[in-house]
Unconditional design. Structure first.
Length: 398
């Protein structure tokens, strides 16, 4: 199970109380927050329980790794002979990993203009300004090219208990800017995409909660990207696909199908999606621990052309979602949230450079998530748990 219920409630709730709870909009909303966001705030309010960290600490997932030669002595499943061999676990990225300090930070914890709460997706506009999905504040923030906070728009509203008009959000995770300056936002837990003018004027939206029964039936879309012709690519994460739309939300096709790999074209928890300079589509195929690249073969069909595996993205966390971006010269940089680092590759998957470690110093990340190239030599990274975005000058550039 991904959610650990407090044991007292588990034993005390009778089926009658559960039925009564599900009949109540307040309880349904609270249970939704628990199961999909791991957020007990509303549940604690309706249950009159205190779930603060002082009184109850949520459990964290962990993995147990057992050497194959040891495991084969416990039961016979053919992994290795029962012979102890010296082993070493090496980081394949260690040799080309460096210590790289950010040369600028934006944000800081809070809800005032210019402050951030759990920022995730980021995007650079045609004028060099930066748009940030200020996820925890349920809004979008716009910084000019000099880093000065300009506009912010959005407030909280959830479609599950009632109306959520355009311009309101429920944890927006992904954001992209079209060549004409239109801003597209993945309004993740309202299961929809909204688009705005460059200064935040609402233009329209599409999408409802669903399990892929139609192109607009979305389940927790985490990212959005726009190609050179203005088509919009939506990472429909829960439905394990990428859906392609016109600039106004007309369905045009689908990339990928559900699958735990290793088949090409299958996707398992696709999150980050980015468009290369040649309009190839790059997808962070998270739970398959790989980047897949797709090309268009007809107006409504895309096929995989290459992929590469990553020694990363190894957990099933609901929060630690990787994003990626492609520079104009074809480099691919991706976040590795669980590794507290950023990783950059060539367009064909050769590892180039990585940096980062856990912490809050200038060379560290609390949780790196969104990435966006300012130009081919500079990169923005959203540092979610430190409530900031960091700007890096990449090595090897003039």
């Amino acid at each position: 199970n991904r959610v650990w219920w407090p044991m007292q409630d588990y034993f005390d709730l009778t089926w009658e109380r559960i039925r009564n709870a599900l009949a109540s909009p307040e309880w349904r909303a609270a249970l939704w927050d628990v199961w999909f966001n791991r957020d007990y705030t509303r549940y604690g309010q309706v249950a009159e329980r205190d779930f603060s960290l002082r009184n109850w600490s949520p459990a964290e997932k962990f993995k147990l790794y057992v050497r194959k030669d040891i495991a084969s002595q416990v039961w016979n499943y053919g992994v290795a002979p029962a012979v102890l061999q010296p082993i070493s676990i090496a980081d394949p990225y260690a040799e080309r990993s460096i210590e790289l300090a950010a040369d600028e930070f934006l944000g800081g914890s809070g809800s005032s203009r210019g402050q951030l709460s759990q920022p995730r997706g980021i995007a650079v506009g045609p004028d060099g300004s930066l748009y940030v999905a200020d996820t925890g504040n349920h809004r979008i923030q716009h910084f000019d090219a000099d880093g000065t906070a300009q506009t912010a728009w959005g407030s909280f509203a959830a479609v599950d208990p009632g109306p959520a008009p355009g311009g309101t959000f429920n944890e927006p995770w992904g954001i992209a800017v079209a060549p004409d300056g239109t801003v597209y936002v993945a309004d993740t837990w309202n299961h929809r995409v909204q688009h705005f003018t460059a200064d935040g004027r609402f233009l329209g939206m599409w999408g409802t909660f669903g399990q892929a029964e139609s192109p607009t039936a979305l389940w927790g879309p985490r990212d959005v990207a726009v190609d050179s012709s203005g088509r919009v690519y939506v990472a429909d994460t829960g439905n394990k696909r990428v859906v392609v739309f016109s600039s106004e939300g007309e369905p045009l096709g689908q990339i990928g199908e559900p699958g735990g790999g290793p088949l090409e074209g299958q996707l398992d928890e696709p999150v980050g999606v980015a468009i290369g300079p040649d309009d190839l589509v790059y997808v962070a195929d998270t739970w398959n621990s790989r980047i897949q690249v797709f090309e268009e073969v007809s107006p409504d069909q895309w096929q995989p052309v290459r992929e590469w595996l990553l020694d990363a993205w190894l957990t099933n966390s609901l929060d630690n979602k990787p994003y990626l971006e492609v520079s104009q010269d074809g480099r691919v940089c991706a976040s590795d949230p669980d590794g507290y680092r950023a990783l950059c590759f060539s367009a064909t998957g050769e590892f180039l450079v990585g940096w980062g470690s856990p912490g809050a110093e200038g060379t560290q990340f609390g949780l790196p998530v969104g990435v966006a190239f300012e130009d081919q030599c500079t990169l923005w990274v959203s540092d979610t748990r430190n409530d900031r975005v960091a700007h890096f000058s990449l090595p090897g550039c003039p």
